[in-house]
Design a protein. Structure first.
Length: 363
């Protein structure tokens, strides 16, 4: 994951191509030399802790498992937990340095469904970036309900429900303070190897937009169908017909990550980032930035989080492992609250080849 230094080197090359002369050429060379030193210092790692990747190319087979869960609470403190069927994808990947291209097939949903998902994570030595987009169809299962009645909870569990839709999109960017000794890429992109245990504090910022639509009329009808006619009238607020939420979230926060090298070529990573997120309902008259400065309300601040865990075996030529990345967002008002959690679990194995020039033995 050395994309940042590589991009800078391309800029430097194009600048030198201008071919200035005389004093101008000398001044330009000095500036470029200083610029290169700054980049090297920024990217420098302690090789007692982090071993750089020695190969240019990799091939990998990866299984990606996607999960989502939504917990809804009404003003009566009734709880509904919904989740779509998880997806299980498998496919090959080809990588050159920090760039990976691949294709996966959803083994569980071979037929097309009204559900879209895109997740991208960049693990560079100093910084990281997560970009996500998810849009659901109407193929949800009711994982559980809490209405103070065991018969209702048993009857509603695992029922198909088509009255719920969601979408989330946004990004999460963060800075790694101890990047000279701690390597996120070692745990999640295998572009380095962590040789000694180390940890680092993290600081970041994120922005996201969320939409949620719950059809309570359909939910009440389903309850009557599976638990008996009149059940919804007795246990639910049937005056609540639907809930539609469309909000933006901007947050700042921090956390900590630790790489534990518990055996030769083995690594276990765990990290957690918590953030204070300011939520603002979207609308024609609403602006998140305007609301922050003109109508700031502490009640709109809620806690968000990102958690990661990874287990890797990597001997430089061969590697295999598993990792998970999960995002959590909370929305709370006096009459309704929602917790959104989504993420992916990855299982992979790969092979590196094409030794870099500086590591080839001279004949």
């Amino acid at each position: 994951m050395c994309g940042f230094p590589i991009l800078l080197s391309l800029v430097i090359t194009s600048t030198v191509g201008l071919n200035p002369t005389g004093d101008s050429a000398t001044a330009t060379k000095k500036k470029l030399s200083s610029f290169r030193r700054m980049v090297r210092n920024f990217s420098r790692v302690d090789t007692n802790y982090i071993e750089p990747q020695k190969y240019n190319f990799t091939v990998m087979l990866q299984n990606t498992n996607s999960f989502e869960g939504y917990t809804l609470r009404t003003k009566d403190n009734h709880k509904v937990v919904l989740a779509p069927q998880p997806s299980y994808k498998l496919g090959p990947y080809f990588g050159w340095r920090f760039i990976f291209l691949g294709y996966t097939i959803d083994l569980k949903h071979l037929k097309s469904e009204a559900r879209e998902a895109f997740d991208f994570s960049l693990y560079a030595p100093q910084v990281g970036l997560d970009i996500f987009f998810r849009k659901s169809g109407k193929n949800y299962l009711i994982n559980s309900v809490d209405y103070g009645n065991k018969l209702i909870e048993k009857a509603m569990k695992s029922q198909n429900f088509s009255g719920f839709e969601t979408s989330e999109r946004g990004f999460n960017a963060y800075y790694i303070f101890n990047h000279s000794k701690f390597s996120y890429p070692a745990a999640y992109s295998q572009s380095t190897i962590q040789r000694r245990s180390a940890g680092s504090a993290l600081a970041g910022i994120s922005f996201s937009k969320h939409k949620l639509n719950m059809d309570w009329d359909k939910f009440h009808q389903l309850m009557d169908d599976v638990a008996g006619k009149g059940t919804a009238q007795e246990f639910c607020d049937t005056t609540l017909h639907s809930t539609k939420i469309d909000y933006s979230d901007i947050s700042i926060g921090g956390g900590y990550a630790y790489n534990w090298v518990f055996a030769s070529n083995w690594l276990f990573d765990i990290s957690l980032q918590l953030a204070l997120g300011y939520k603002q309902l979207s609308g024609k008259e609403n602006s998140l930035i305007k609301d922050l400065f003109n109508n700031f309300n502490f009640k709109n601040i809620m806690i968000d989080g990102v958690s990661r865990v990874g287990l890797v075996w990597n001997n430089m030529r061969w590697y295999s492992g598993a990792s998970a990345v999960f995002h959590s967002y909370n929305y709370h008002k006096s009459n309704f609250s929602a917790n959104t959690m989504f993420g992916n679990v990855y299982i992979y194995a790969g092979y590196n080849f094409g030794l870099k020039k500086q590591y080839r033995k001279r004949k």
